[in-house]
Design a protein around this ligand. Sequence first.
Ligand code: SOE
Length: 389
Amino acid sequence: MTKTLNVAMIGGGFMGKAHAMAYAAMPMFFWPAPAIPHRKVLVDLNAEMAKQGAARYGFEESSSDWKATIARKDVDVIDIVTPNDSHAEIAIAALKAGKHVICEKPLARTGAEAKTMLEAAQKSGVIHMVAFNYRRTPGVAFAKKLIEEGRIGKILNFRGTYLQDWSADPSGPLSWRFQKNIAGSGTVGDIGTHVLDFARYLVGEVSAVNAIVKTYIPERPLHTGGLDKLGASDKSMAGPMGVVDVDDEMITLLKFQNGAVGSIEASRNAHGRNNFLTFEIHGTKGSIAFNYERMDELQVMFADDPAETRGFRTIYTGPNHPYGQGLWPIPALGIGYGETKIIECYDFFSAIISGKQPSPNFEDGYKISAIADAILESGASERWVNVAN
Ligand code: SOE
């Protein structure tokens, strides 16, 4: 009989929607499921929001008290989908209470804060995961398999980008994502960390960075109400303005411990780019390229192909690729953001049942936050900065 595990989800915004959908759909995709996630309690800022969220996302109960929810004996999993400033407090309390924890990215606002979460996780003996979902894209997992099999040889270079444009409009409000005390950083933490997750997953540990970090829009209209809907939030330049104290764009060079080199560009002000999350990896025997905006596809080039057919080939991921057994029966039917979250949920519950830590876990989350810190420090000092171990 498949075990049922009760989930309490703290937060009900964009990420709450994605996680709730994954809890419902995971057993439909991956059967037999490792466990059935039961949507037990939805926690939000006040009783009405929590009630609405529970009704919308299919949770049995609602609450505005996350501490009381964590203390409940009938809750097995705590899912943190709140803004970054509450991740540490909630996660540490949940870990101390012996609950399995999945936390949205970035794990924390700084490396130091992430370290406190890692220490609590190491003491807890429970399963912990950070929701860097994009590595769950089958094409990305297939790139990892090709690299591990040595198919592109020794990796020489990683070139990653994450470009969006939802914050290019100066009339977009000063949401929490533009406030250092809540977000920790801007583009670096919000989207740069997704590329850092790719870099570590596919290439290895980053040892040093040399970055340019810029803020283009130094003040924005105060967020007067309503929900944070990114570029779609209410816009106005009429009201009072507030200071943006985080970065809009970063460009960094990377040195990897294994001798590979690389670069990352991340911006939320890149007009015309939506979710342009890409990487290209060059190895001694070939290359791999991925673009999330064409997420069913992986471009692969093998240097030993016959000269007349040499070049990138397009592979559409499907049943023969990672996670393919749970997804759709033929390639190119189309996968999306939802599938990455369903796969993430599958891997998290598989880890709980097997007792083996998944990746990325809080240790990975801490290491990524340490690289993010080094990028910010390098941007400020205009020097190479070694990544803290
Ligand atoms: C905003 O930049 C955002 O919602 C990020 O916070 C997510 O992590 C990314 O997946 C989509 O864009």
